[in-house]
Design a protein around this ligand. Sequence first.
Ligand code: NAD
Length: 509
Amino acid sequence: MSTLPQINPATGEKLPSVPEWTADEVLAAMERARAAAPGWASTPLSQRLLAIKRLREYLADHVEEITRELASYTGKLETEALSLDIFPVTDILAYYEKHAEKILAPRRVKTPIVFFGNRSYIEYKPMGVIGVIAPWNFPFYLSVTPVISALIAGNCAILKPSEAAPGVGVLIERCFQAIGLPDGVFQVAHGGRETGAALTAARPDKIFFTGSVATGRKIMAAAAEHLIPVELELGGKDPMIVFSDANLERAANAAVWGAFTNAGQVCMSVERVYVQEELYHPFLAKVLEKTAQLRRGEGYGSMTYAPQVEIVQKHLADAVAKGAKIECGGRAANDGTLYFEPTVVTGVDHSMQLMTDETFGPVLPIMTFRTEDEAVRLANDSVYGLNASVFTLDMAKAERVARRLVSGAVCINEVITSVANPHLPFGGVKQSGMGRYHGPIGLHTFSHETSVMASPGKKQREISWHPYSPARDEALVGLTRLLYGGNRAQGLKSWKVILRELLGTYKKS
Ligand code: NAD
């Protein structure tokens, strides 16, 4: 049996390894989920929400031990494990407890006049079994949030957590065991890439993937074989635009937090800063001053995954070779931990990987711009489009720029936090992914949105059905002109034939 090794990245301490599932075990889990799916789908939503309430209360009641455990598997500061990985889960659980009944209720819509007498509505039905494949950077939040959304919408779920922090999968499994879901409703398939690929091959009814562009591409290709719908939440290279009229203190605080929280391993990290020329020197000075105050293990946590440290080093080496200057930081700890110094880089441009590829580490590259147009052009010059930030005290300018940014989310005088409001949809454009979750769409995305057109059955036929006749054609021509023409009076001339043909649908032919 193969196992997944696990260390505490912040101390180098060896932690218990986690047994890896085989492809056969994944298939068996799919069978259990398929067997459980009809029962869970027909469980009233109010009861499904009671399970969600139990989970929320369990997480809140055990928050300190869960925080400690999560920090040990990821190297995160406990503060960040709590505020960015656990608290947002309890928050979104509470949001759905409050709003799910309304979000998933059948929704009445209007019916066009030609189908008069009919009723139209939309129903949200469970899809079946959802495969959730998660990354390592927020391994708790990015696993539990899609899983609970799928469960609330009446689906069963199989989670494949990241092999880079496998203990988190075990932790999540334990939290769900504590709330006593029926057998097969939620399962964790522990393992690496092969286990993820086995989950895709087991043909879930939808795959919800969070991770890198490269893996997203593979999953989408595998899913295409069986036309399995996919939602992809992928990487980012988020720009932050700082205009000269910004609140300097707030902008500098935001840049430092946005780039270095979770050691920069946030899909919505500030990965590029564009500062208007007039503010460049004071902004840089403030950013350097604030970065120098970050203390290892206090304001600043470890990286999580060794291969990511190598990517950070590669991007820095490429930038320096092309003329960039490392203002501070730039070094890995090299002491058996995965700490990497918070790093500020200047003299950068878009020929450097540091400004085009996702670095996903504690690096803040800063570049200048002159005009609003130039700032928008630089921010949009990316294959990614997850989040972007605009800093200015001129709100009209901020909103104007926000409208021009090609991005799944935009923060104004804010960074990252749009993801933390459960009312707002979340997702990317361009290579940052496809699909949205959180908010109402976060339940609809795990539902078959079913359109129902209902006639009371009293009419003998509809106006578009057989038999066809010249009078019916005349009525439809008149109706088209009346409803949609430039000169509606022309259509009104045919009102008699329109009325006769519409009412004629009650007569036997
Ligand atoms: P990754 O793509 O390497 O791995 C993600 C998951 O996919 C892991 O569980 C992995 O085991 C699994 N996997 C790998 N190959 C697979 C395959 N062929 N079939 C099925 N599953 C497979 O990503 P990562 O390094 O864990 O995470 C970092 C990336 O995630 C970054 O690019 C980051 O921006 C992105 N991310 C995006 C969001 C978002 O919401 N948009 C959030 C967090 C992280």
